[in-house]
Design a binder for this molecule. Sequence first.
Ligand code: CA
Length: 646
Amino acid sequence: MKKGILSILLLFITNIIFAQVATVSSPDGKLKLDIFLEEGQPKYSVEYDGKTALEKSPLGLLTNEGDFSKNLTFKEQTVEQVEKKYTQDKIKKSDIHYVANKLTSSFEDEKQRGLSIVFQVSNNDIAFRYELPAWGERRAVVIEEEATGFKFPEYTTTFLSNMMGAMGAFARTSPSYESGYTNDEPVGKGTYGNLGYVFPGLFRLGNDNWVLLSETGVSSQYNASHLSDGTKDGLYHIQYPHLNQNNGFGSRGAQIPLPGVTPWRTITVGNTLKPIVETTIAFDVVEPLYQPSQEYKFGRGTWSWIVWQDQSMNWDDQVKYIDFAADMGYEYILIDALWDANIGYEKMEELIDYAHSKNVDVFLWYNSNGAFNDAPQGPRNRMSTSIARKEEMKWLQKIGVKGLKVDFFGGDKQETMRFYEDILSDANDYGLMIIFHGCTLPRGWERMYPNFVGSEAVLASEMLIFSQDVREKEAFYATLHPFIRNTVGTMEFGGVFMNKFLNRGNTRGQERLTTDVFQIATGILFQSPVQMFALTPNNLTDAEGFLMDFMKDIPTTWNETLYIDGYPGKYTVIARRNGDNWYIAGVNAMEEAIELQLDLPMLKGEKVNIYNDNNKKEPTLINHTIKKDGSYKVTIQPNGGFVIKQ
Ligand code: CA
């Protein structure tokens, strides 16, 4: 009894000093969130398993109606349980059971205008957003900035990708989320030009915790945001798009109706990388925004542009790639840029008929422009207005095209988010799937938009063609994506090369530095429900037959994804299940071969095929029975990989 009084007293004193106003924990009790009010500013902190995940971090919004980051008073809190079961056909996992404790903390400013902050805390994830009621007669507000931040301990190291500057890179098409990564750097290192970092960002808190920050649920109703340059003591803020994006056209912030909400910001926490690889939080807190007009069929495709480039945009080469797709048993060909000028609309109808005669369906490339950059490739001006777009899509539906790859967007402003949504929504009306390139990170879009099937938003396969530096870092980047970019959204990388030289001749020039088995491993490591592979027709005769057979059978959809082993920037091993078949894939970015003792309980006593590199980096294939205890010792060569296929 005395002890009870003492602890109540202690809590009371603590609450006065730190002004704690609310608290909530995950269903398993390990992830704990506390809310404070300090000098009228709401703050929050996060602990996992008794260890810091985020120190006290600021909250609040700056609006055209006033500053909601200070002089607030706490009104009330409610806690309820959220439970949701759903199936999703184009992400890392198919059957998802989401359980969270939801804390709503309500505040008011001096004019009694309300602002609620909602935190949903599941076992390894926090999703939070601001919810605004109508303020008297006020039914619309502009959110200009946010005070929202994430404060890490000073000993934290970061795995981050720079936000690109506006109106730069190829034909003034940036930002397009195509920077590389800095790895294991101290907090607050700072990027060039105070541009900050794109979502998602990965943080390592010494030996305590891993934290992944991202954003989801961004539709036409908001801008997409990113992280600021961190301060030396580890504080990163939510930053809105740079005004210079879209040639300065459109605002940085968001105009929303009241009542209204912001997007969700997500914090994934664990003391290993397992929750980081396996999280589904980007999809748990969003819902489909419309029904699919039909059942969309995902699959594999060939595309000539990646290795044979612009010169291949002609009738004969496209026929070769259609035949190649048919030989591989692939569902699709992607006919990339310049088809309008080089083949022409009339001949395209014939070409598409030819593809159909070979049982191959067609994706067509479009320039998203428009008015916001200089990308010259055609077709142009067909996606950028509602009138042109619907006319074009009507024709596309008539000739049996199944999907579009729309390229070269202008950034993250609400202006551009509306454009993405308009394309997706119209495309669904005409039975078209959509892949975006030269684009932003998809933020929950796999679930929100039924016909969305992939985004680039990564330093992708094209840069392996263009840059020696990227070829040298190919393995390094590949070890990062399953922990960062690809864990929150599909990544249409356009890879898996069998050419030794990444050009049409395949005898000299851009030499590939990774092994053939590394390449097929990325076909499993990188997830997107539609994958355009960088194989070329000559690979049917000049590549290893058992690797091409592997590629003929490779799935692109998954029922389950598990972390097995790895460290971002060094090596990565993950497992994915398609139906009854597990695939374990790994790659190594270090200079030495690495030997790993894998624990594979899903393969106990199972007969498997194992693809690996020998020490001359040549591909090998063995049949093997995994031991009854599920253990398997694997060696991964530098710049090499392996795949275990059930
Ligand atoms: Ca690109």
